[in-house]
Design a protein around this ligand. Structure first.
Ligand SMILES: Cc1cc2nc3c(=O)[nH]c(=O)nc-3n(C[C@H](O)[C@H](O)[C@H](O)COP(=O)(O)O)c2cc1C
Length: 434
């Protein structure tokens, strides 16, 4: 879509600060806001898009303005805000905003708004925009569990998905009142991450893993030395969480066994198992693996633990230890492959490992990774070169995907969400041929 300067008929204001992306990276995003209690969370989403340099037009429904004022949306987006089709008529916004958009995100999508969209109503600016948009459209529903599970809503969601729209799985948790259940809006960061992925790969949230059962491990383990200290590692959990988040939105039932992370929120609609040590993680993975079709071991599991863990804090002075002796932890990935070989988990289970490697005088990263794939016996190995600010703690990643069939492909540099989508593509291929 060509860039248009402000004042040339575009519905968007185009100025932005120096730190923002330019050219193709700057997208035109319509944020539709439905009249639900979660409408206030759309403000964080709008802000994240504008701070990333995108052009944002907010189109609330009349009900949405009962929850958040028009001035807030105008100030956050830097653009005028209307609900009806009879404002600014010479600019024909009811046609142009949809036609010009690179992405439409509806947050929150109410039951009513999805129903109106399914029947093709165009009685306000937002529904008219939904009819004219030819870009990816992402509905982020939020409503009470009863509304979400009602056959009418279930059918509407299926229809929207069948027409090519993305409908995000809601989170479970506290709803408007005291009740809890599925229907909660995912966290704004999660919405922005999924929307950004759609901008990069319009088919990234297709439902090709519908009904598949996937176990993902993520984060780092902590091996206690005493009640205060531990041996840990720099894993942020971001890659594993990106995999779990995306697998759910591609239709899978996901269990995420998580060690410690950089304060990441639980992804929407994922069954969480929180663990502390490598031993805990081994137990949780062994318990859940027999019931799944795919295990993705993205966690940074400690290879060693202190041989003893003191019951009280180790003090300085007399009796202080000279050294820490270490004991090897069980290799969870290799153990899974053994279990598959011995029939303790189904022979069709797809097992994916992660390797963080550095090269040295003896060999480069890929040489070590190939040897690791052979040693572990898993089906796929995702390889990251670590060091120099790469892989750990950062939001971007790159690497290689090695298959036990000898296949090798480069994973180009991109967001961890993009990496996750490439890995799930490969996983999807393997499931299909098993
Ligand atoms: C306090 C309050 C909270 C509401 N929260 C929701 C909600 O979370 N999800 C939803 O689908 N409807 C919710 N509704 C109902 C919608 O506001 C109603 O269906 C309205 O017609 C939606 O209009 P819209 O889809 O055009 O925005 C709520 C209503 C009230 C009064």
């Amino acid at each position: 879509m060509p860039e248009q300067a402000a004042g040339q008929g575009s519905g968007y204001v185009t100025e932005s600060s120096d730190s923002t992306p330019s050219g193709a990276a700057r997208k035109r995003i319509v944020v539709g806001v439905g009249g639900g209690i979660a409408a206030y969370k759309s403000c964080s989403v709008i802000r994240a898009f504008t701070e990333s340099g995108h052009h944002v037009r907010v189109i609330p429904t009349a009900s949405a303005l009962e929850f958040v004022g028009k001035a807030t949306f105008e100030a956050l987006s830097g653009n005028p805000v209307h609900t009806g089709v009879f404002t600014d008529v010479p600019q024909v916004p009811h046609v142009r905003l949809g036609q010009e958009a690179d992405l439409v995100v509806i947050v929150p999508a109410t039951a009513d708004l999805m129903a109106r969209s399914v029947v093709g109503r165009a009685d306000d600016l937002l529904t008219a925009t939904l009819l004219t948009a030819r870009c990816p459209v992402m509905f982020v529903p939020a409503m009470h569990t009863e509304m979400w599970e009602h056959p009418a809503t279930v059918a509407n969601v299926a229809t929207l998905r069948a027409r090519g729209a993305t409908v995000i799985e809601p989170a479970s948790g506290r709803l408007t009142g005291k009740d809890a259940g599925p229907g909660r809006l995912p966290e704004p960061d999660e919405i922005v991450g999924l929307a950004s992925l759609l901008l990069e790969r319009p088919d990234a949230l297709r439902r090709d893993l519908e009904g598949r059962r996937i176990l993902v491990s993520a984060g780092g383990t902590r091996e206690p030395l005493d009640p205060v200290r531990f041996l840990g590692n720099r894993s942020s959990g971001k890659q594993g969480y990106a995999l779990a988040r995306l697998a759910v939105q591609r239709g899978a039932q996901v269990t995420l066994v998580s060690g410690y992370t950089a304060g990441l929120a639980d992804p929407a609609a994922v069954d969480m198992v929180h663990v502390r040590t490598a031993d805990d993680m081994q137990v949780a993975v062994a318990k859940n693996a027999p019931g799944v079709e795919v295990v993705i071991m993205a966690a940074a599991v400690a290879d060693f633990r202190p041989s003893t863990s003191a019951a009280s804090k180790i003090k300085k002075g007399a009796g202080e230890p000279d050294a820490i002796t270490l004991t090897k932890n069980e290799d969870i990935l290799a153990g899974l492959v053994q279990s598959r070989r011995h029939g303790e988990i189904p022979s069709s289970t797809v097992i994916v490992g992660f390797a963080a490697e550095t090269g040295d005088a003896e060999g480069d990263v890929l040489t070590y990774a190939r040897a690791k794939l052979l040693r572990k016996g898993c089906d796929l190995l995702v390889v990251n070169a670590v060091g120099e600010g790469k892989a750990f703690e950062v939001d971007h990643n790159d690497g290689w995907l090695l298959g036990s069939d000898g296949s090798e492909s480069a994973l180009e540099h991109g967001s961890k969400a993009l990496m996750a989508s490439r890995v799930l593509d490969a996983v999807g291929e393997l499931i299909r041929i098993r």
